[in-house]
Design a protein around this ligand. Structure first.
Ligand SMILES: *[C@@H]1O[C@H](CO)[C@@H](O)[C@H](O)[C@H]1NC(C)=O
Ligand SMILES: *[C@@H]1O[C@H](CO)[C@@H](O)[C@H](O)[C@H]1NC(C)=O
Ligand SMILES: *[C@@H]1O[C@H](CO)[C@@H](O)[C@H](O)[C@H]1NC(C)=O
Ligand SMILES: *[C@@H]1O[C@H](CO)[C@@H](O)[C@H](O)[C@H]1NC(C)=O
Ligand SMILES: *[C@@H]1O[C@H](CO)[C@@H](O)[C@H](O)[C@H]1NC(C)=O
Ligand SMILES: *[C@@H]1O[C@H](CO)[C@@H](O)[C@H](O)[C@H]1NC(C)=O
Ligand SMILES: *[C@@H]1O[C@H](CO)[C@@H](O)[C@H](O)[C@H]1NC(C)=O
Ligand SMILES: *[C@@H]1O[C@H](CO)[C@@H](O)[C@H](O)[C@H]1NC(C)=O
Ligand SMILES: *[C@@H]1O[C@H](CO)[C@@H](O)[C@H](O)[C@H]1NC(C)=O
Ligand SMILES: *[C@@H]1O[C@H](CO)[C@@H](O)[C@H](O)[C@H]1NC(C)=O
Ligand SMILES: *[C@@H]1O[C@H](CO)[C@@H](O)[C@H](O)[C@H]1NC(C)=O
Ligand SMILES: *[C@@H]1O[C@H](CO)[C@@H](O)[C@H](O)[C@H]1NC(C)=O
Length: 509
């Protein structure tokens, strides 16, 4: 890597000049750093399998007195030849992080050790390194608490500790990291309260989802006006959603689902003009999503609107339609899984599936306004759109996942047919899928699909058909099997998106 060699040459020059003036303590500092890194390496359990094989001292007979680690894999130095960057991400390194003598590299600004198998009872003693700008220890096996001393890292802009086994609470001292731009702590087992964060004025992305955080969302969060993404879902947050969140002008993502929030949805949320993704479900909230947002979000409109206009329906070609069906299926399987309360959308129809600019389907929050209040399997009013509700369920008034699955089957047929299937559903009951003429089923406004797409389309019809036929028994478990993979897929997509965003941000830096 070019940039690594250049500092080395400059370093020799600097050394040459300084030899005349005083000591060669630059070289000895470098020796010290090299030895410290070698000690760490010696303690790793996989040093020979990993990319660290370049971490060796020059042979004694090479005439080199310079033990600089600056050209080692993953190590970068500044002009003085001291280590400023350590990057061994995804390098199959397995060992105890406690053994890294970080304090011997006081100029370290970037530590990137993510995606390895580092373990240790505490995140290492990095906290003496006041020059740190970037720390990523994510996706390792660190355990114990986040140390209080983390508050000393006042220059830190990025802190990623997610995907570890860290527990205990988030130290209030985090609020001293006033340079912080990105904080990612979704690490499964952090507990304790959400602290009042008032100093993190530059914070842009905050990822706290999937922990066990409790208490209220502090209203002061409304002061973090640079926030672009805020993920707090999957915790045990209580109380109401502070209306001050409506001040977060730049917010594009607000995920609060799967908590114990109560009270009414603050209408100030409607001021969030940049919002692209908003989730409130699996809480105990009342009220509805501000209408301004709903219209803001409907870039292309609902499926029903699209199918009503021939021109727009033609834009929605077969691959796009297949994607839409898959998108709705993932959304549903996600909603149906891991929920403390029965999460049933209750109103899956082409009116409630909206298509964004990239033709990705989103199950809209129209229905969620009803869903939010849902806390038992007992409800008294008819919810759902006529023509999408399973007949045997419409009368029992019982909410089960089957409501959605039947509606999904109808919707899938509608996407293929380009209009509500109507009586066609009944004919599916009596005829075998193989005997149905595909031409009759397909939206006549499109030219017939390619053989590959046709195959998928037929299997979707088959799915919708078996949904109809086996409603009430086998179908649910059938869906559950596939839902698992679909949910994984959903999570992978979400994860990929985040990684992409991070790497984009890094490139920008
Ligand atoms: C790694 O390989 C070197 C030489 O190939 C050997 O001396 C050393 O013991 C090995 N280390 C481990 C941890 O296996
Ligand atoms: C670490 O190195 C990887 C490639 O090995 C690169 O993609 C990544 O951006 C680097 N991270 C930092 C923080 O420099
Ligand atoms: C990690 O490395 C493996 C193999 O070297 C590669 O397949 C994988 O995509 C990498 N993961 C990330 C997140 O970069
Ligand atoms: C590595 O760390 C462990 C635990 O702190 C300690 O027992 C061990 O002696 C350390 N090894 C070295 C070489 O410092
Ligand atoms: C954190 O995990 C450690 C084991 O890794 C355990 O000993 C400790 O009790 C846990 N602390 C909390 C607060 O859960
Ligand atoms: C926030 O960012 C701006 C611009 O990068 C910087 O000038 C300011 O010092 C930062 N604020 C803090 C508290 O670090
Ligand atoms: C929001 O974004 C705009 C443009 O992307 C930027 O200029 C502004 O500084 C950001 N912060 C706030 C608080 O508006
Ligand atoms: C809800 O949160 C809990 C706790 O974090 C988590 O285990 C569960 O998977 C989450 N469920 C969903 C649907 O996200
Ligand atoms: C959530 O918090 C409430 C009140 O603090 C508590 O009663 C409840 O047990 C917690 N739920 C979980 C799943 O931890
Ligand atoms: C939901 O909130 C209402 C008050 O708005 C309360 O009576 C009810 O007990 C809460 N339900 C749950 C499950 O917390
Ligand atoms: C459902 O609610 C109604 C009225 O709220 C009540 O009379 C009925 O007993 C409830 N049924 C069940 C099964 O909880
Ligand atoms: C799951 O989906 C695949 C196609 O994605 C399909 O071939 C398979 O039959 C489905 N499995 C079940 C049990 O429905």
């Amino acid at each position: 890597m070019g940039p690594l060699e250049k500092p080395l040459c400059l370093f020799s020059l600097v050394l040459f000049v300084t030899l005349f003036s005083s000591t060669i303590n630059v070289a000895s500092a470098s020796d010290e750093e090299a030895n410290a890194l070698l000690t760490c390496k010696a303690n790793l359990q996989s040093a020979n399998d990993s990319l660290l094989t370049s971490w060796i001292l020059p042979p004694h007979d090479s005439g080199s007195t310079n033990a600089s680690p600056c050209n080692w894999f993953g190590v970068s130095c500044n002009l003085d030849g001291t280590v400023i960057r350590l990057n061994v991400t995804n390098s199959s390194v397995n060992g105890m992080l406690d053994n890294f003598s970080f304090s011997l590299s006081p100029n370290l600004a970037y530590i990137e050790l993510s995606i390895n198998k580092f373990f240790g009872v505490n995140p290492p003693l990095i906290c003496s390194l006041s020059k740190l700008i970037y720390v990523d220890l994510s996706t390792n096996q660190l355990s114990g608490n986040i140390p209080l001393e983390i508050g000393l890292l006042i220059n830190l802009e990025t802190l990623h500790l997610f995907d570890n086994q860290l527990n205990g609470s988030i130290p209030q001292k985090i609020d001293q990291l006033k340079s912080l731009i990105e904080l990612a702590l979704y690490t499964k087992s952090l507990s304790g309260p959400m602290h009042t964060l008032t100093n993190l004025g530059n914070l842009t992305r905050l990822y706290l989802y999937g922990n066990d955080l409790s208490g209220f969302i502090p209203p002061e969060m409304g002061n973090l006006v640079n926030l672009v993404e805020l993920y707090m879902d999957g915790n045990n947050l209580t109380g109401s959603i502070p209306f001050t969140l409506g001040n977060l002008n730049n917010l594009t993502v607000l995920h609060l689902f799967n908590n114990s929030l109560s009270g009414s949805i603050p209408q100030e949320i409607g001021q969030l003009k940049s919002l692209q993704s908003l989730t409130f479900q699996t809480n105990n909230l009342t009220g509805s999503i501000p209408t301004s947002l709903v219209y803001e979000y409907l870039k292309r409109g609902s499926l029903a609107v699209i199918f009503n206009k021939d021109e727009e329906a033609k834009e929605l070609d077969w691959p796009k339609r297949v994607n839409i069906i898959k998108g709705v299926a993932s959304a549903l399987s996600y909603m149906h899984q891991d929920c403390t309360l029965a999460i049933v959308h209750r109103d899956i129809s082409s009116n409630n599936v909206v298509i964004d600019e990239e033709y990705e389907a989103c199950v809209s929050d129209f229905g969620i306004a009803k869903l939010l209040k849902l806390d038992s399997s007992n409800w008294s009013a008819f919810a759902g759109t006529y023509g999408y509700v399973a007949p045997e369920l419409a009368y029992t008034m019982k909410v089960t996942e089957k409501c959605d699955i039947y509606s999904f089957g109808v919707l899938a047929l509608e996407v293929i047919k380009g209009k509500h299937p109507g009586d066609f559903i009944t004919s599916l009951l009596t005829a075998a899928v193989e005997n149905i003429k595909l031409k009759v089923v397909l939206d006549q406004r499109l030219s017939p699909p390619s053989p590959e797409v046709e195959e998928v389309v037929i299997s979707e019809i088959g799915d919708a058909d078996s949904g109809r036929r086996r409603i009430g028994d086998g179908w649910l478990s059938t869906v559950a099997v596939n839902a698992t993979t679909k949910e994984d897929d959903w999570k992978r997509r979400r994860r990929r998106r985040r990684r992409r965003q991070w790497s984009r941000q890094r490139e920008a830096e």
